[in-house]
Structures are given as structure tokens and as C-alpha cells.
Design a protein around this ligand. Structure first.
Ligand code: ADP
Ligand code: MG
Length: 268
């Protein structure tokens, strides 16, 4: 637990990032980002000069075919990987200049991650999975349980807190993963194909959760290759061959995300 302690201690050294709470800098600002993977003598250019700016409170879908660089982009946005060249400012801070401790602090406290394959620990109950980010952030045990149970209630799983992932449906597992992403109250949610393994009813559930988080003020970046999923966002950025091919631009102020195509607006 020493890393959690040091990461908590480093929070102060991060300095005031006003942008996380409504300052003028965009939450995400990529400029000329290039990412080259080198495997032996083979080079793959996954991103070429990507520039992208996302403001606080936006709900953005990043769309593109398989292999177009979406996951690479998400890893960079989440400070899980670094660009080969170009710059990335996260809430106004240059990520390339952050220390390992500062990076850990940002990943643990500012960003909630959701992945296609849920990434839950199969030996742990739902609430134990959900409390994990709070463990890393050094939150006391009793508070962790309370917040994990509350997060599970928010995603409609109040009656499944003691279930293990294997005892839950795919849609329920992804809702546990969403609860884990939101338990630390992050400013930014990054989701990589979160509905890729879900049926249409569970897809609707997860998109409904994101819409509620967006309403509550979260900035959401949703990566998908499904057009009807992308429509849930107010802004769609299309990626092709590692480049931004099209960007619908920020949604007009006050605009609500559109309902999912072909589905009635009723809440399940
Ligand atoms: P997407 O998520 O859109 O399917 P990725 O970002 O995963 O695309 O991949 C973009 C390109 O980079 C692909 O050609 C892929 O093969 C390559 N790539 C991704 N990750 C790595 C890696 N760790 N090492 C080498 N090549 C990679
Ligand atoms: Mg991918």
C-alpha cells in the first residue's frame, strides 16, 4: 500500500489544475500526436499528427474501423502510454512532464476507465472490484465499502454487491465496471468499446449510464466502431488510418445527447 500513500501524498505537488473543475483550458488537448510502434525491424504508424481538443463536460464518440488507432488514442488520452512525438495536455498539464507519481495520481483519481472485456477480477465480489480504485487512492476501508455499494446502486446493482463476476451476466459485469470507473468521482471517463461484448438491451443500459454521468457533468470519451452507439454522444470524431478523418465538432451548448437510433426513448 506504500504506492497508494505516496500517490496520495503527491496530490498536492500536482498543483492547482483549475481545468478539472471548470477552468478555461480544455480537458484534453492533443497537438500533432504521432505514435509509432516498433516490433523488431517492423514499424507501425498507429497515429499520425492527431490534433484534438475536448472541453470539460463534452460527450465525444471516437469512431473508426478496427486497426484505425482508437485504442492507441485511448491509451494516450488515459496517460497509459506516451506519444512518439507531439504534445498532450491533460487539464492544462503537459503529460510528458509529469512524474510517475503524478501520472498515477491522474489515472487513479481523475480518470475512470471502462474496457470492452470488463477487466474485473474474477475472484472478487462486485463491491470488492468496485472499491479497487479507492484502495489505490488510500481511502479508508469503511468508506470504501460504503462508496462501492453506493456506486453499484447507481448502476442498478444494489442487489448484486456480493456476487462475483462469474455469477453475473455480461451486461451486469459491464455495469460493475462502470461502477468501478465512477466510484472515485472522476472528471473524465474513457471507455474503449464498452458495448463491444454486449447485447442490445445491455448496450442500452450502459449508454443510459453514460448519459446520466454526462448530465451530471462528467466529460466522456466513448470509443466504438458501432454507428448507433456513437450517436449517443453529442460529438462524433471519425478516425481512419491513424488520422482524424472527420469531426462533427462540439455539440451546441445545452444540447442533449441524441437517443439511440431505432430504439424508443423509454427507460428500462
Ligand atoms: P483499434 O483500436 O482502432 O482497432 P489500435 O490502436 O489497437 O486500433 O491499433 C492501431 C494499429 O497499431 C494497428 O495496426 C495495430 O496492429 C497496431 N498496434 C496496436 N498496438 C500495438 C503494439 N502494442 N505493438 C505494435 N503494434 C500495435
Ligand atoms: Mg481497439
Amino acid at each position: 500500500m506504500t504506492s497508494a500513500v505516496s500517490s496520495a501524498a503527491s496530490a498536492a505537488s500536482l498543483g492547482p489544475s483549475a481545468s478539472w473543475s471548470g477552468g478555461s483550458a480544455p480537458v484534453i488537448e492533443l497537438h500533432g500526436v504521432r505514435k509509432v510502434y516498433r516490433t523488431g525491424s517492423l514499424e507501425v504508424v498507429a497515429l499520425r499528427e492527431v490534433s484534438l481538443s475536448i472541453a470539460l463536460g463534452e460527450y465525444v464518440a471516437i469512431m473508426g474501423p478496427s486497426g484505425s488507432g482508437k485504442s492507441t488514442l485511448m491509451h494516450i488520452l488515459g496517460a497509459l502510454d506516451v506519444p512518439t512525438s507531439g504534445s498532450y495536455r491533460l487539464a492544462g498539464d503537459d503529460v510528458s512532464r509529469m512524474s510517475e507519481e503524478q501520472l498515477a495520481e491522474v489515472r487513479n483519481r481523475r480518470i475512470g476507465f471502462v474496457f470492452q472485456s470488463f477487466n474485473l477480477l474474477s475472484s472478487l465480489s462486485a463491491w470488492r472490484n468496485v472499491e479497487l480504485p479507492l484502495c489505490y487512492a488510500g481511502v479508508a476501508r469503511a468508506e470504501r465499502r460504503e462508496r462501492a455499494v453506493a456506486a453499484l446502486a447507481r448502476v442498478g446493482l444494489a442487489d448484486r454487491v456480493e456476487h462475483r463476476p462469474g455469477e453475473l451476466s455480461g451486461g451486469q459485469q459491464q455495469r460493475v465496471a462502470v461502477a468501478r470507473a465512477l466510484v472515485g468521482d472522476p472528471a473524465l471517463i474513457l471507455a474503449d468499446e464498452p458495448t463491444g461484448n454486449l447485447d442490445s438491451a445491455s448496450t442500452e443500459d450502459v449508454l443510459g449510464l453514460f448519459a446520466a454521468l454526462h448530465e451530471a457533468g462528467s466529460t466522456i470519451v466513448l470509443i466504438t466502431h458501432e454507428p448507433d452507439v456513437a450517436q449517443a454522444a453529442g460529438r462524433v470524431v471519425r478516425v481512419r488510418d491513424g488520422q482524424i478523418a472527420d469531426d462533427s465538432g462540439p455539440a451546441p451548448a445545452g444540447a442533449s445527447p441524441r437517443p439511440i437510433a431505432g430504439k424508443s426513448g423509454g427507460h428500462r
